[in-house]
Ligand binder design. Sequence first.
Ligand code: 5CA
Ligand code: ZN
Length: 412
Amino acid sequence: MRAWSTPDVPELPLRGPAVRIYDTSRGEVVETRPEGPARLYVCGITPYDATHIGHAATYVAFDLLYRGWRNAGHEVLYVQNVTDVDDPLLERADLVKIDWVELAQRETELFRQDMEALRVLPPAHYIGAVESIPLVIDLIERLREAGAIYQVETDLYFSVSADTAFGELSGWTREQMLHVFADRGGDPDREGKRDPLDCVVWRGEREGEPSWPSPFGPGRPGWHIECTAIALQHLGSAFDVQGGGSDLVFPHHEMSAGHGQVADPGHRFARAYAHAGMVAYDGEKMSKSKGNLVFVSALRNSDVDPMAIRMVLLRHHYRSDWEWTDDQLWDAVDTLTRWRKALSLGAGAPAAPVVDAVLAAVGNDLDAQTALTAVDTWVKATLGDDGLAETSDPDAATTIHRVLDAALGLAL
Ligand code: 5CA
Ligand code: ZN
């Protein structure tokens, strides 16, 4: 599948530090140590509706990681999927009486435009679930040889007990897992299952649903195995970071990792698992199923500066849960006006310490807030908010422009 176009990223005169990130499975901040290209997999959208601010926050978070690695001197190999066939997409297509393929294509195209506007660096491989069906079939065969697959009617299930590390990623108890499983695509009560937590890897054909031929009969892939198959194919085992929103910790990432670890015993699926917090609106998690949404495209259509949207997202630590309000957007618009004024002066307060501070902050678990504060301090000094305007650095504006764009994706 085609991704979106790559924005220009300025080169910086100095290297950033090694990137540290919070690993959900270890419960602490760890240093990433890419060998060869830094390998990143981030779970992509299910394209049944437009990109909302919650999605955007998650993709901007991992864009900081990409930029942090790049600025530390690593090449980055980034892979993202599109869940272009799954229950919620088929249900929505049915509801609005549109062909599911057309719905997926339309919403994926809108997502590409939103990502471009927000200056999110594109993945090198942008892969749909439908196009990865041959990979999924191969992976199921491997899991079957390992004894991890069984059949219930026409569906194939993965035995979570086959992964000796099952549960280590989330660190959740069985009770916690069972509590959310049904709400997150699972079927704990299905008769014939060996363990209520086992998950579907191949869903046998149902009337009125699309299906593809396979050695196990016609059907379609389960959700978790889609991401495992795509990641293993394009990144291999033990890739550096698996990312997504915190709603994917369990079951999605736990199951994907389980499939990967059974298919390739002795290797972790990913070295670290990173999760972005949930964005709420009107008091509840912003979600397509609840309908409490703020769409990136709707804001863009009302002429909101995409850099102001990006700034609102950057002002929240990527791991925190927060609530979107329009006030934050207007505040970011005002800030950008002030910043642009300072940047238009050319000379300003010394920029080199700001570059150091921004790179250090991004390298320290993607702390964009601290990076923005360092820039704001420079803006205040340059505009002379507290007295005399500082002009000692003749190239200050060029340097600040560069670091804002390279490290934070803010092109002003
Ligand atoms: N296609 C699957 C992943 S394989 C999926 O979860 N799609 S999604 O469209 O529902 O979400 C896309 C990404 O946005 C996921 O990483 C998800 O964790 C994240 N996300 C969804 N809702 C929010 C929210 N309210 N705040 C922050 N991130 C969110
Ligand atoms: Zn995924």
